[in-house]
Design a protein around this ligand. Sequence first.
Ligand SMILES: Nc1ncnc2c1ncn2[C@@H]1O[C@H](COP(=O)(O)OP(=O)(O)OP(=O)(O)O)[C@@H](O)[C@H]1O
Ligand SMILES: CC(=O)N[C@H]1[C@@H]2OC[C@@H](O2)[C@@H](O)[C@@H]1O[C@H](C)C(=O)O
Length: 370
Amino acid sequence: MDVVRTAIGLMSGTSMDGIDVALIRTDGRGFIERGPFLGMPYDAEFRGRLKRALELARPLRDRNQRPGELREIELELTLRHATAVTAFLEHFGLAANGVDILGFHGQTVLHRPDEGLTIQIGDGRELACRTGLSVVYDMRANDMVHGGQGAPLVPAYHAALAGKFQQAGEAVCFVNIGGISNLTYIGADGRIAAFDSGPGNTLIDQWVEMQTGRTYDPGGEIGGRGKVVPALAERYLNSPFFRGNVRRSLDRGDFAPLRPDEASLEDGARTLAHVAAASIIKSAGFLPERPSAYIVCGGGRLNGTLMGELSAMAEGSRVLSAEAAGFDGDAMEAEAWAYLAVRSLDGLPLTFPGTTGVAAPVSGGVLARP
Ligand SMILES: Nc1ncnc2c1ncn2[C@@H]1O[C@H](COP(=O)(O)OP(=O)(O)OP(=O)(O)O)[C@@H](O)[C@H]1O
Ligand SMILES: CC(=O)N[C@H]1[C@@H]2OC[C@@H](O2)[C@@H](O)[C@@H]1O[C@H](C)C(=O)O
């Protein structure tokens, strides 16, 4: 019988809004028992430090390079993750010795799949020392070494969950709307196809922050008062990203923010919510078939304007939130990192030709013991 482990996943995503912490019990295969979840938001000062890390990383050509200030930010990020683990255990009254493994994503500071380069800051060894727990980290690198896009990695987890929702004969598609959006199609026969689908919340967040100082559009209420500016929407939707037969994974900086004078606050937010929804539907055109249902995870599902646009464009497919499908849309990525850590321990593949374009299924991740 396969070993069931207790794993905690730690995700600091491209939105840079905080650390998501989730616990699951799993054998890294079909058995998944979901446990508690806690989101720990970053303060404005630290978000500024992470933005600085993106700048510092831009000239890097080697994934192990850490020029001085970037190394400082990496350590700070790692300590915040250690604190998040302690807070999580305390909050839910859990004992550290009941946890077998931490799955640590770190923060992506540069992602250039065309150059075979992906850099996540976050020191797995230091995290293991600080928490006294074993850590699997750096899970994207091996995929790229073998010709993959280095992302998305969540599809292996989506595929394992799909059976809990999917009806016989039905194809479903998980949609993650984080800073960037990505899709995982699971066919009636279990076939997986996955890729990044386009800009998610980042453009909306950048626009709203630039105009108001708030870091996002709560509920999509600002965009709800605006109208789509077609010329601006087309500028994004005509991107070469949506053409050609090879799906690319995205860096946070691949789509340029709107310029401050290009639209009113409301019209800009509405246009960018439209762009996020239309990107998903455009990219879904590359799936093997139209799914019966889109199951939406990530913070974008809380943007009512974006969700309204997506439902209107989905043509016959149901659009439902992760919760409506029986999952937790905030916890999904952190749960996935816990699941992937367990798979890594067992040497099981994290990525597949159908998910990242890797030549053959490969495992990945580096293990650090305390
Ligand atoms: N109540 C809300 N209303 C509207 N938007 C929201 C709300 N809560 C969160 N969001 C959006 O969701 C974003 C965070 O989403 P999420 O945590 O899924 O992203 P991430 O994991 O950082 O990104 P990625 O999946 O690209 O790595 C926020 O930056 C914000 O734009
Ligand atoms: C390089 C990187 O960090 N990519 C993220 C980003 O955020 C969403 C999308 O782009 C996805 O490809 C990926 O994250 C998720 C968790 C993944 O790998 O599945």
